[in-house]
Design a protein around this ligand. Structure first.
Ligand SMILES: [Zn+2]
Ligand SMILES: [Zn+2]
Length: 821
């Protein structure tokens, strides 16, 4: 068995096809002698008229003025016209100039435009002169792509800091290349009256720029300036404009918590270097240990407290500006005892000036750069190393978007409010990504990405899929596009369900899609499943319930354009299996319409059901019980058993023996929990995935692989980790470090999956192995398994833009439902 560490190979990105293939331009195929022939010195050059049809994200991104300038550069006559699905361009001139026009159109397109397809055809020459921008056609001519919000561009950033510019320090500066989009759109087509900028009539100077083809703000719908645009306000004490900004900065410097209205909602902000402020924020928000996101003024600032690998640069600095998980500085080596490297005793090391309470469990920090002018002003004005910028909500509710709502809901948390009067029509959280050497792990897809679609391998029935219970998103398909919503949250409360309902309506209305089927998870008790049932009833539509792990595998297949059967490896916490047991580490042969379960992790009882999820020590006890028998606690001389509460342990055993509230599960997440508890890393969790995250943070470099069994049980390959559990106990007895045990455990988990997948691939005659499920947010597991599969001659298919966790589930559900109907 090969160890699975230190992966650095490029092989994994070859899986499937890219999400948005670059179109290849071909000149008009038909040339039937249309147009007149002009004689030039070196022969004859035909004047032709072409219709160039461009589909993609070409509205609200400065595409028409760009086309206008390009036509002028080549002295071409004609027109450009927006319609709901794209733009139609007619250009007339000498054939080489038309060729150059189309080539440059693709090469020099505006930074945030996305050309999905481009076609050309010949038209009769009309001999008109000049180039015109025609009014929008509000027709139904193809899929509508809505631009996500775009981070402040370099030109606007320069103007923001230029005292001579009329938008100097204007917190709402934007242009055709940047600014709000999805979050301010009420309806399509994307024109100012259909946005929340409708209430800000442009001043004369802004109107002149908006109408000037040579201006960067030509037809920029959210264009504004200090004379006519939105304005800042602060409470309490109540002030506005520059004074509001100054008041917010002062409050933050004093260690207070300020609610800041941003692009897609409110943040709760405090000085990230002030441990007392961070602890206060945690206490008031009801967030005990889950990492908090940071915003830092510059890349240089980030380098002071994080390592920034080269593959993270484009993510950090690009037009989306997501929160990037980056390794904390100086935490390479693993420690010998629980208590993460860099914290506690080593506090004197200049490890970083960021408060330890920002992310106590993780070897990473979640950091982003300022993506709005307001954020930039706030950070620069205050001279902050970094601000905590966490979602403006209580606990896990949806983030607040409206001023009054924020004042009410965040009142108990925030000491002050930095507000503005540009309405947020669609709540959109910050996206979270984890850059790795094997590719990007999308952990939360929202601002900057949503509602950008996934291009499906083929057109399908329009389906509305309502996703899972945790990290919910919805997905709506139209033709060969799947529009996945922004992250909506965990469906634990009525607020999140209302957010889901609003998003369903808004997406359907701006995309103009009428779903013909509804999809949901197989689990009947998820709020999303119940809501799906209601919707299907009310609209009289077919309802398809999709098995959780099948949906995971199909989500990665759909994203990568794979339709033929693959081996699917789905690893996560829990999902309802078809046999009524809890699944969570499944190896299957899958295609969109169906799947066959071929292997899984051995079942283990979850003593106490949901409590076993929150209390990893229960899982450690269950695994020890299985590996060593009922008297393991007295028989084993390891710290876990010495500390184990004998009464609680006896109670667990009774639950398991009587089969009371101890469901059988094949969950990858619970195996990670068990090892985390066994090694003393985490006994009780305060948020989902905490134990696994800490266990990964400890994992050191090692080649060791523990033994495990693969057994054939009634045609299913069962991965039996008991030999590994025994070996870990041996390691604990001889005092091996947590880092070494965690490293070896990761290697073993990867080896177990790789061997099982390879065997199943061989038997089924398949070469591609699709990986999905929340466990693949673990970089060690993802890169290790990709490397091991490649070594076995198999091709891993992994996610790129869509989360592997339950946030990607709605996409898989939508595709499965359409394939089955
Ligand atoms: Zn700009
Ligand atoms: Zn103005």
């Amino acid at each position: 068995m090969e160890p699975a560490v230190g992966f650095a190979g490029p092989a994994v990105r070859a899986a499937g096809c890219p999400q948005m293939p670059t179109p290849v331009f071909e000149p008009p195929a038909v040339r039937c002698g249309m147009g007149l022939v002009v004689t030039q010195r070196k022969g004859t050059i035909a004047v032709e008229r072409w219709l160039v049809r461009v589909l993609g994200i070409v509205q609200g991104v400065g595409f028409r003025p760009f086309i206008h300038r390009l036509a002028r550069r080549h002295a071409l006559a004609g027109s450009v016209l927006n319609y709901a699905g794209g733009v139609d361009i007619e250009v007339e001139g000498p054939e080489p100039a038309l060729q150059a026009f189309v080539a440059e159109l693709q090469a020099e397109k505006p930074p945030i435009a996305l050309i999905e397809s481009l076609s050309t055809e010949l038209r009769p020459v009309s001999r008109d002169s000049g180039f015109r921008i025609l009014p929008s056609l509000d027709g139904e001519s193809g899929p509508i792509l809505v631009s996500p919000d775009v981070a402040l561009c370099a030109d606007c950033e320069r103007e923001l800091g230029d005292p001579a510019d009329r938008r100097y320090r204007h917190p709402f500066i934007n242009c055709t290349n940047c600014g709000p989009r999805y979050t301010i759109i009420r309806a399509m087509p994307y024109d100012r009256p259909n946005t929340s900028m409708a209430v800000f009539p442009m001043c004369d100077r802004c109107r002149a720029e908006y109408g000037d083809i040579d201006d960067r703000r030509f037809h920029a719908q959210p264009v504004a300036c200090p004379d006519c645009g939105p304005a800042l306000a602060y409470r309490e004490p109540e002030t506005d404009g520059e004074a509001a900004l100054a008041a917010a900065v002062e409050a933050l410097r004093e260690g207070k918590i300020v609610a800041v209205k941003g692009l897609g909602g409110f943040h709760l902000a405090c000085d990230a270097t002030d441990d007392a402020a961070v602890r206060l924020l945690r206490e008031r928000k009801g967030r005990e240990e889950k990492p908090l996101a940071l915003m830092a003024p510059s890349l240089e600032a980030i380098r002071r407290f994080c390592e920034v690998p080269d593959y993270a640069l484009s993510l950090l600095q690009g037009a989306q500006k997501p929160i990037c998980l980056l390794p904390k500085n100086g935490t390479e080596a693993f420690s010998d005892s629980p208590g993460l490297p860099g914290e506690s005793e080593n506090a004197s090391v200049p490890f970083f000036s960021i408060a330890p309470s920002v992310a106590p469990d993780s070897a990473c920090l979640g950091v982003m750069l300022p993506y709005t002018p307001l954020h930039r002003l706030l950070l620069e004005e205050g001279g902050f190393t970094a601000l905590v910028m966490t979602s403006g909500n209580v606990s896990d509710e949806p983030l607040a978007t409206d001023n009054d709502e924020a004042l009410r809901r965040l009142g108990p948390i925030a000491d002050g409010f930095l507000l503005h009067d540009r309405e947020i029509l669609v709540g959109c959280d910050d996206s979270v990504v984890r850059p790795t050497s094997a590719g990007t792990i999308m952990m939360r897809r929202a601002r900057g990405y949503a509602p950008f679609p996934v291009r499906l391998p083929q057109a399908q029935l329009p389906v509305l899929a309502l996703g899972a219970h945790l990290k919910n998103t919805i997905c709506l398909t139209k033709d060969d596009y799947a529009f996945c919503s922004q992250h909506l949250g965990d469906l634990d409360d009525a607020e999140t369900l209302r957010f889901l309902e609003r998003t369903v309506e808004h997406l359907a209305s701006i995309l103009r899609v009428e779903a013909e089927a509804i999809a949901c998870d197989l689990h009947p008790d998820y709020l999303s499943s119940r809501h799906a049932e209601e919707l299907a009833d009310r609209r009289d539509l077919p309802l398809v319930a999709v098995q959780h792990h099948h949906a995971h595998i199909v989500s990665v297949m759909a994203e990568r354009g794979v339709t033929e059967p693959v081996v699917g490896v789905a690893c996560d916490g829990t999902g309802l299996g078809e046999d009524g047991t809890v699944w969570g580490c499944e190896i299957m042969v899958a295609e969109p319409a169906s799947y066959e379960r071929k292997g899984h992790l051995a079942y283990i009882p979850l003593p106490g059901g949901d409590r076993a999820v929150r209390e990893p020590w229960r899982m450690a006890a269950a695994y020890l019980d299985q590996a060593f028998g009922a008297d393991f606690a007295d028989a084993l001389d390891i710290p876990f058993c010495r500390d184990l509460d004998r009464n609680a342990s006896t109670l667990l055993r009774a639950l398991v023996e009587r089969g009371l509230n101890a469901p059988q599960a094949s969950s990858a997440g619970r195996l990670f929990d068990a090892v985390a508890a066994l090694t003393g890393v985490q006994q009780v969790c305060t948020y989902e995935g905490q134990a696994a995250m800490r266990l990964e943070a400890f994992a050191g470099d090692t080649d060791r692989v523990y033994p495990f069994d693969l057994c054939d049980r009634e045609g299913l390959l069962v991965m039996e980790p008991a030999p590994m559990i025994r070996a870990i106990v041996d390691d604990l007895r001889v005092g091996r470090s947590v880092g070494e045990i965690s490293g070896a455990f990761h290697n073993t988990f990867v080896a177990m999956l790789a061997e099982t997948a390879a065997q199943i691939a061989r038997e089924a005659g398949l070469a591609r192995v699709a990986l999905s499920g929340g466990t693949f947010q673990n970089e060690r597991v993802l890169t290790g398994l990709c490397r091991a599969l490649a070594k076995a001659g198999l091709e891993p298919v992994i996610h790129d833009q869509i989360p592997c966790n339950d946030g990607g589930l709605s996409l898989g559900q939508a595709v499965v439902a359409a394939a089955q109907l």
